[in-house]
Design a protein around this ligand. Structure first.
Ligand SMILES: Cc1cc2nc3c(=O)[nH]c(=O)nc-3n(C[C@H](O)[C@H](O)[C@H](O)COP(=O)(O)OP(=O)(O)OC[C@H]3O[C@@H](n4cnc5c(N)ncnc54)[C@H](O)[C@@H]3O)c2cc1C
Length: 351
């Protein structure tokens, strides 16, 4: 065989939820790709999800998911979630041998109760398909060429026809997501909206909370009110008491709402027969939030393809983008669906 120098069809930067899903889709469609991952092992954040159980999607129609996600995110992710709805995500994992468990509200988990089952499923699929996965391999730079890109790492560079940035947000930076993708995108002329904490708790020193620190109240609720007392958003679900304040699904979804709809607000939380009222409470820092709100501006990315509007051949998926959803499997679904759309676009162009 004659040796010729040719680019890898797709370099995937980041071996997290979006990057691993993208590589799996590429493998299934016979698109040559490789994954470059900063950390020693891929999928570190997946292992943390839902306290190590991984709520990987929610068994609801795409339309319901979009309604729950709300604007401005829903309009942008509509093509991705319509092409890769929760039913498709679930059947994809089942096809990889992952047995699933459905909660009464539709949340789906691996039946093993272990997030590692999901990471192993990706690992097995990529091993069987022979997809190279370079770990301990942070990408340090990205340079568009006449054809494709030069992707730089500490020890080597490679030539890639297309690049998918799947480097995540900036929460729990020990998992490897430190904002590199947003930096690369900015250097290449994309706008990046401010990175803020999403789905995190609110701080309070209220003794009713402090005396219950460590307790979870599943039948709690929380709501956001405007200064006239009108309810703007409400959610029934878990409220947890912590040393520093309150957390849990009901609080997280309210906190996300306040970031997407800035302005003065009152938070009301009910748990264990108590009703707590907090005026403009402070949210916990982004480094311990479940999701990063903000990222590569959706104005600079084509929602039908996930390709940059500034740099042809450059694609984005997952939390590196300014997209986020409520708790309950929405954020992994967004990572998977955007990854699926990016790879589908590249495959359709090569055929
Ligand atoms: C505690 C916690 C619980 C959660 N629970 C759930 C849940 O149950 N359900 C749900 O839907 N969502 C959950 N989420 C959110 C979900 O985990 C994320 O939204 C999702 O992982 C985002 O996927 P991603 O691929 O965009 O980013 P990540 O999964 O963060 O992956 C990004 C990857 O890119 C790598 N990387 C970064 N920079 C570079 C570089 N320069 N070169 C190479 N590699 C790089 C990182 O090391 C990392 O592996 C949870 C999050 C947290 C923190």
């Amino acid at each position: 065989m004659a040796l010729t120098h040719k680019p890898v069809p797709l370099a995937i930067v980041g071996g997290g939820a979006a990057g691993l899903f993208a590589a799996s889709v590429a493998a299934n469609r016979d698109l040559g790709c490789l994954v470059l991952e900063r950390k020693a092992r891929p999928g570190a954040k997946i292992l943390m999800t839902a306290n190590g159980r991984c709520n990987f999607t929610k068994d609801v129609p795409a339309e319901q998911m979009l309604a729950d996600i709300g604007e401005p995110v829903a309009s942008f992710v509509r093509p991705a979630l319509t092409a890769c709805p929760p039913s498709r995500i679930a059947s994809g994992f089942r096809a990889c041998g992952v047995k699933t468990k459905r909660m009464p509200d539709g949340r789906l988990f691996p039946a093993s109760g272990q997030a590692a089952t999901i990471v192993h499923a990706f690992g097995d699929l990529l091993r069987d398909a022979g997809v190279p996965l370079a770990t301990n391999c942070p990408v340090t730079g990205l340079q568009p060429m006449k054809r494709g890109f030069i992707v730089a790492t500490r020890h080597f560079t490679l030539w890639a026809e297309n690049v998918l940035l799947a480097t995540g947000g900036i929460s729990f930076p020990k998992t490897g997501s430190v904002g590199d993708g947003q930096r690369f995108a900015r250097d290449l002329g994309h706008s990046v909206t401010p990175l803020r904490a999403g789905l995190t708790g609110f701080e309070t020193g209220d003794p009713r909370v402090r005396t219950r620190a460590g307790l979870r109240f599943e039948d709690g609720s929380a709501r956001v009110l405007d200064p006239t007392g009108r309810t703007l958003f409400s959610y029934r679900g878990e409220v947890d008491c912590e040393q520093w304040g309150i957390s849990g699904a009901a609080v997280y979804n309210c906190q996300r709402w306040t970031v997407r709809h800035p302005g003065p607000f009152t938070l009301e939380a009910s748990f264990d027969g108590e009703r707590l009222t907090l005026e403009n409470p402070r949210a916990r820092p982004v480094k311990e939030s479940i999701v990063t709100i903000g990222g590569v501006s959706t104005d600079d990315v084509d929602p039908e393809t996930m390709e940059s509007r500034k740099v042809p051949g450059l694609f984005f998926a997952g939390e590196v983008l300014d997209i986020d959803g409520p708790t309950g499997g929405y954020n992994l679904s967004l990572a998977f669906a955007t990854a699926h759309l990016a790879v589908s676009t590249i495959v359709s162009r090569l055929n």
